[in-house]
Design a protein around this ligand. Structure first.
Ligand code: PLP
Length: 433
């Protein structure tokens, strides 16, 4: 399988090269030449997550230098559970796909661990590489955890000072060793600007072999197809019908993976993208006009994106904009609705949502009744609520039990440098070792 930039269909490259590059030189995002249809028996219900990854991703690895390593990569990267738990039965069945049982308690662990396992095999000599990541909260810690103490890699994290949750900040700054964290006095957009400037700067590139681990990297996106395969095949086995997904969305990586999974022939019917008050995508589906804008801060901060990068991948998949409305839906949910949904579902079901998952839970409740009843819905739960205890605990009037992996990280000392958002400041830090 070859991979092409969304901006140029001429020169295809191998998967491992696309992973090593991150962004294409023309500024586009890498997409596979085609989305292979899965053979009927390639992935079967009852397979483990790692086995499903091997089966579903095999066509993308065909002919690549990592082809033979795929089962091993999958085994090491996908070593945690992905429960699909029932929430409602009867005429309006709803299940929850829990993607937060990895080491940093958000779905970013899938992509980050898969990418780390892949890049480590592409760098067997352990030559010095720098993984640069700008984060709004969850990506940075997942990438740090995945690369921590890996020979040949240094991780540099940029996060917006004071704009991540206290526990997210702890997870971004507790690593030490080969991980350095910078708290930037500015917004997530400033962090992204600094990272992009570093990639363009000749002196920095001379001094460091830079790679990006942001969700534009195809190596983070492909493994996200796997949990849609696992869940939809499981629903199909039990109900003889397809699953429909509600996907809490920001930069549209998770959305792209779900759309690709359906395109591959997996049993998926409807896809609903649940956005917070950043309404760029819902507005586009309503008006047909794409108008990216600065992000606004919401309770679901990991989804505060006003100009989603992966839109380019969605356009590559659906060049005919008229057809979008038939293939997916998108809604926007306010902070007040997030709060009300967390309270309501805690009292009705005893389930505690993180603010992002609550956006999805509310989107489900706002579906027209006939749509709710006509399908077997799966709510994608993107993070553990304990990561956002300062938002969620006052709403449910109680404490959230902390998962063991997260508790271990909370006990470690923090180390981060605070910097202003001028590129020269960051550049000096990159050039000193
Ligand atoms: C990153 C993130 C999202 C948004 O995912 P995208 O792939 O960027 O759309 C949603 N929820 C949580 C908890 C996240 O960390």
């Amino acid at each position: 399988m070859r991979f092409f930039s969304t901006r140029n269909r001429d020169d295809g490259i191998a998967l491992s090269e696309a992973m090593a590059r991150g962004l294409a030189p023309d500024g586009g995002l890498y997409v596979p030449a085609s989305l292979p249809r899965l053979e009927a028996d390639a992935a079967a219900p009852g397979m483990t997550l790692a086995q499903t990854a091997g089966a579903v991703l095999e066509p993308y690895f065909a002919g690549d230098s990592l082809q033979d390593a795929l089962p091993d990569i999958a085994e090491n990267a996908c070593n945690f559970t992905v429960p699909l738990t029932p929430l409602r039965g009867g005429r309006e069945p709803l299940e929850v796909l829990e993607l937060f049982h990895g080491p940093t308690a958000a779905f970013k662990d899938f992509g980050a661990r898969f990418l780390a396992e892949s890049l480590a095999r592409l760098n067997p000599a352990g030559r010095d590489k720098t993984i640069l990541v700008a984060t709004s909260g969850d990506t940075g810690s997942a990438v740090a955890a995945a690369f921590h103490r890996r020979r040949g890699f240094e991780v540099i994290i940029l996060f917006p000072h004071g704009r991540v949750s206290p526990r997210q900040e702890q997870q971004l700054t507790c690593w030490g060793d080969n991980v350095r964290s910078f708290a930037v006095r500015g917004s997530f957009d400033d962090c992204q600007r600094l990272a992009k400037a570093a990639f363009k700067d000749a002196e920095v590139r001379e001094a460091r072999d830079l790679s990006s681990a942001n969700s534009i990297n195809i190596g983070r996106l492909l493994p996200q197809i796997v949990y849609y395969a696992l869940a939809s095949l499981d629903v199909a086995r039990r109900t003889q019908g397809p699953a429909s997904f509600i996907v809490p969305s920001g930069n549209l990586g998770n959305a792209a993976a779900c759309l690709w999974a359906r395109e591959m022939g997996l049993p998926i019917a409807e896809i609903v993208l649940a956005h917070n008050a950043n309404r760029t995508v819902p507005d586009f589906l309503e008006s047909g006009t794409w108008s990216p804008r600065p992000s606004v801060a919401t309770l679901a901060s990991a989804m505060d994106v006003g100009d989603p990068s992966n839109m380019e991948r969605l356009r590559a998949l659906m060049p005919d904009e008229e057809s979008w409305g038939n293939r997916l839906a998108a809604v926007s949910i306010s902070d007040d609705e997030i709060r009300a949904r967390i309270r309501a579902d805690y009292s009705a079901y005893g389930r505690v949502w993180c603010p992002h998952t609550a956006v999805g839970a509310e989107a489900y409740m706002q579906l027209p009744v006939e749509l709710r009843r006509g399908h077997h819905w799966v709510l994608v739960a993107t993070a553990h609520p304990a990561k956002f205890s300062e938002v969620v605990e006052p709403l449910i009037g109680g404490e959230i039990a902390i998962p063991p992996a997260l508790a271990a990280l909370l006990a470690l000392p923090r180390q981060a440098s605070e910097i202003d958002s001028e590129f020269t400041t960051f550049k000096d830090k990159l050039l000193e070792r």
